[in-house]
Design a protein around this ligand. Structure first.
Ligand code: ZN
Length: 608
């Protein structure tokens, strides 16, 4: 750095110090044709309505000529003096003054309305002054007066994004019928403008406030306000009916605000205001899954004839979402309520309601079965569990986009029985399965199916699976490809003709297969991971130990429904496995729950 430039810098610093200490300097003589002096005089006259006093004039003149204060500063600082506020000039008057000082002219109507709109929405006067500084008109005026225009950088949240400020203010106006306090306006504008908080969250907070609740508005009126606040328009009849319908599911208004917030129309409004859309934090369990809450509340209505309470919606939705209670168990609880008996004293009426809830349809044949169970003394709660133990129930839930958490078990076992059917044993096993709402797979020998047809049909009606165990129990490894195919198709046809259900899994005799079998069987081959050797020992305790000492999640257990000892063992094994948290499923269900697509010709010993 050269000596000369160092000296120049030193002189500049001295000058700056001198200017800052204006009281040490002699008064400047005011030149009659000095444009800067004219601007200062005009500011005093227009804003403070008086002539400048000498000290004040000196302060401004010297700071402006030194470049440490600007035209924007003098206007902003004058507007914040007690002297100016004491004049009590309304918003319109203030905007008119700004036109005169900063644009040196009378305001036009359109322009005046523009500034007034934002001033009215809560943008500060400093924000408005800064708005004026952004205009080329102000730059021209300043050039004429030899002034540096300057800006007033926004400090307060409410000045950061005027459109957001307007949205926040309007929401307060509509929902609380008052202006936001400056703190609230600063907070919301800043957070929404910076994208930290979604605009719909503001609406949600206001609607949830005690102040809003105290207004005691009905749902339709609240929805009309939400449309004005969020869609910036009147609600239409269709929209109103739609949201009232969702509210009827038992969800809160927060859930509706969240859903309105997800509409493209709200995204358009947000784009117009420069805001982001986002999700509203939903705190109540009933709002976490409105379809589920709707299902629960309509079930309660169907059985008791009254609307579900908010508590009921929260408690049941919460338990189901947490997986501590299934939808089916919830339904069976509603079925056992005294209110349900009082509302539907006749068993037929109870069943109609239950079918409507579980299947969305009536089924006379099924209803007769359940009716005889009820008339035979089975409880409504138990019958409701039976009604949910049906593919129609699962289909109904799927149609609603729901899953029953306990229909989607975590730990599963597939019990399988070969070489039947044999009604004395098969039926005894089915009795236990029915009692515990459990499923199993029966790998039947095709040529026995018609001799024991009723127990095969019963197994299907209980949700059990019929698998293929060849036509006549021939070992497949001794056969040609076409003979293998024939063994399979004859058995499949026998099952299909009897039950209307085509088997989708098979078990080779003795678990034995070779390449010819794999290539011609045309079905997944289900082997086993737990062998009970029930055919060898014919002893219940042996079967019980073989299973209970060995099973784990995803196991496939081999048994035969030919031996009374095996059926007897099931009376111990099935409740014990359920007590240990296992769900007893068919082989196909096991594959489905474990997300495995079973392949034809491939052997499976377990599915995990
Ligand atoms: Zn066999």
């Amino acid at each position: 750095m050269q000596t000369g430039s160092i000296r120049r810098m030193f002189m500049a610093i001295l000058l700056a110090i001198a200017i800052m200490s204006t009281n040490l300097l002699p008064s400047t003589v005011r030149a009659s044709d000095d444009p800067i002096a004219d601007f200062i005089d005009r500011a005093y006259e227009l804003i403070l309505d008086r002539k400048a006093e000498d000290a004040g004039f000196q302060y401004w003149y010297q700071n402006i000529t030194a470049g440490s204060l600007t035209a924007a500063d003098i206007v902003d600082q004058f507007f914040h003096t007690d002297e100016f506020t004491g004049r009590g000039i309304n918003d319109e008057g203030q905007v008119e003054i700004l036109y005169h000082v900063m644009f040196d002219r009378e305001p036009d109507d359109g322009g005046k309305q523009y500034w007034l709109k934002y001033l009215d929405a809560g943008v500060s006067i400093s924000g408005i002054i800064n708005g004026f500084t952004q205009s080329p008109e102000f730059a021209e005026v300043c050039a004429r007066y030899n002034m540096v225009p300057g800006t007033i950088p926004p400090v307060e949240g409410r000045d950061l994004n005027w459109n957001v400020t307007e949205f926040v203010s309007r929401a307060y106006d509509l929902l609380l019928e008052r202006r936001p306090d400056v703190g609230g306006l600063n907070y919301w504008t800043k957070e929404i403008a910076s994208g930290n908080i979604a605009a719909n969250s503001l609406v949600n907070e206001l609607v949830r406030s005690p102040e809003f609740s105290a207004k005691g508005l009905d749902d339709a009126s609240v929805l009309a306000l939400l449309y004005k606040a969020m869609f910036d328009r009147q609600i239409d009849d269709g929209g109103c009916q739609y949201w009232l319908g969702i509210l009827d599911y038992g969800v809160s208004m927060s859930c509706i605000i969240s859903m309105i917030g997800a509409c493209p129309e709200f995204a358009e409004v947000c784009a117009r205001y420069g805001m982001t859309t986002g999700s509203v934090k939903l705190e109540e369990p009933r709002d976490q899954n409105y379809q589920l809450t709707g299902y629960i509340s309509r079930a309660i209505f169907g059985l008791t004839g009254r609307k579900a309470t908010v508590d009921e919606c929260n408690v049941y939705t919460d338990a189901i979402l947490k997986g501590t209670k299934s939808i089916a168990v919830s339904l069976s609880e509603f079925a056992s309520w005294a209110e349900t008996s009082a509302h539907l004293p006749a068993n037929e009426d109870f069943l109609k309601a239950a079918f409507d809830i579980c299947y969305g349809a009536q089924d006379d044949a099924k209803m007769q079965t359940f009716l005889s169970s009820l008339n035979g003394g089975k409880t409504r709660s138990k019958v409701m569990m039976d009604i949910t133990n049906d593919p129609a129930y699962k289909a109904k839930l799927t149609g609603l986009g729901l899953k029953d958490p306990m229909v989607e078990p975590k730990k599963m076992i597939a019990l399988t029985f070969d070489d039947g059917p044999y009604s004395p044993v098969t039926n005894r096993i089915l009795d236990v399965l029915e009692k515990y709402n459990a499923h199993a797979t029966f790998f039947v020998v095709g040529n026995r199916v018609n001799s024991y047809s009723s127990c095969v049909k019963r197994a299907v009606s209980l949700g059990c699976e019929i698998g293929n165990h060849t036509w006549d129990h021939t070992s497949l490894t001794t056969l040609s490809g076409s003979e293998v195919a024939s063994q399979i198709s004859r058995c499949n046809n026998a099952v299909f003709n009897l039950t209307g259900v085509m088997p989708s899994v098979m078990r080779p005799v003795g678990g034995a297969y070779n390449a010819t079998v794999s290539n011609n069987v045309g079905m997944p081959m289900i082997i086993w991971s737990v062998d009970t050797n029930d055919w060898k020992y014919r002893d219940s305790q042996h079967v019980i130990n073989a299973i209970l000492n060995n099973v784990k999640d995803g196991d496939i257990v081999l048994m035969h429904d030919l031996y009374a000892s095996t059926a007897a063992a099931m009376e111990t094994v099935i409740p014990e496995l359920i007590a240990r948290g296992y769900t007893l499923v068919t082989v196909s269900e096991l594959a489905e729950y474990k997300n495995q697509q079973l392949k034809n010709g491939q052997a499976y010993t377990s599915i995990r």
